[in-house]
Design a binder for this molecule. Structure first.
Ligand code: HEM
Length: 312
């Protein structure tokens, strides 16, 4: 009897894990919008073919979405006359790629109106961008609902590029992410660029953690102004482990990048990922899956927006 009950419980757990009960699941859109995955993938692939730099933008957008109010599409909401939204915060001004999400959303609304959330679109677009640039492919559960709050002041909880390793570990820890998750996720800086404004403070004082030749490269970049772009590594549109090589050479662009190598708490992880790309990919995909589940809104805790820029 006890055994039969136990089997019953295990079977129920299996059903919940696989198909979710008003929750997230891998097959969430299987019946309600079977082409959600390919529609998003094609939209992302077409956008990246036209502009490969958008891959970085989509991955960053997912991070900035998940760290504020959970992965709920709050970063996509436009400001209104009564509300200044997250996207107008200084921390988000260089976010890009909103039109890729809008494009996917429009197609999805035609196929299956009111079904696929904006939060899920961002999570899937980031996943597809990682794969398109040569990174690992990972499956994610779907079923995130869109939030109704997006306030500029909440973005104070994004990490600052001036943070040291301990501050980064603490902040990621507040989201249930380990130091290893944090270093692996920082490896997303294998894609994209930083603007001079985000690192110029490193150039005014002598920063002993910065290679002197690389300091000259950064100064040269900044001679073109605050918005001048510096790639994080030598291959800005390819997902690889070159970012970690750069840290070993004291050529991290942000202070928050270089600190991962300077600090004894995280240096071994940097060395491990520099030596073994497969290990970086594995830890990165696990950490992305974890990040994609931060404070997710399920059921009636959120909505499926008709337009990703506005609450319904
Ligand atoms: C560890 C703490 C982190 C800090 C302090 C940080 C900070 C920054 C800063 C300052 C920039 C440049 C912004 C600009 O100057 O316009 C940037 C770019 C970027 N960040 Fe992070 N970041 C962190 C973690 C992450 C994570 C976890 C991800 C994704 C999983 C990520 C993805 C990106 C990408 C892809 C870019 C390039 C964007 C582009 O080229 O458009 N970052 N980050």
């Amino acid at each position: 009897m006890v055994k039969a009950n136990l089997i019953g419980v295990v079977l129920l757990m299996e059903v919940i894990l696989r198909f979710g009960v008003d929750g997230l699941s891998m097959q969430y859109y299987m019946m309600s919008c079977p082409f959600a995955d390919p529609i998003i993938k094609n939209t992302v692939n077409n956008a990246l073919q036209a502009d490969p730099t958008l891959a970085a933008a989509l991955v960053r957008m997912h991070f900035h979405d998940c760290f504020i109010e959970g992965c709920d599409g709050s970063v996509l909401i436009d400001s209104t006359k009564d509300n200044t939204a997250e996207k107008d915060s200084p921390a988000n001004l260089s976010l890009r790629g909103y039109e890729v999400i809008d494009d996917a959303k429009e197609q999805l609304e035609q196929q299956c109106p009111g079904v696929v959330s904006c939060a899920d679109i961002i999570a899937m677009a980031a996943r597809d961008a990682v794969f398109w640039t040569g990174g690992p492919y990972y499956e994610i559960a779907k079923g995130r609902k869109d939030g109704r709050r997006s306030k500029i002041e909440d973005t104070i909880n994004l990490p600052f590029p001036t943070f040291n390793a301990s501050e980064l570990i603490r902040q990621f820890g507040q989201h249930g992410l380990t130091a290893q998750d944090m270093v692996a996720l920082s490896g997303a800086h294998t894609l994209g660029v930083s603007r001079c404004a985000s690192f110029k403070s490193r150039l005014s004082n002598v920063d002993p953690t910065l290679d002197s030749d690389f300091a000259k490269t950064l100064s040269k970049t900044c001679s073109a102004g605050d918005n001048a772009e510096q790639p994080f590594d030598a291959t800005r549109n390819t997902f690889d482990n070159f970012y970690f090589y750069a840290l070993q050479r004291k050529s991290g662009v942000l202070f928050s990048d270089q600190t991962l190598y300077t600090s004894p708490r995280t240096r071994n992880l940097v060395n491990g990922y520099a030596m073994n790309q497969a290990m970086f990919f594995l830890d990165f995909q696990q950490a992305m899956v974890k990040m994609s589940l931060l404070d997710v809104k399920e059921g009636n805790k959120g909505e499926v927006r008709g337009n990703c820029r506005k609450i319904n």
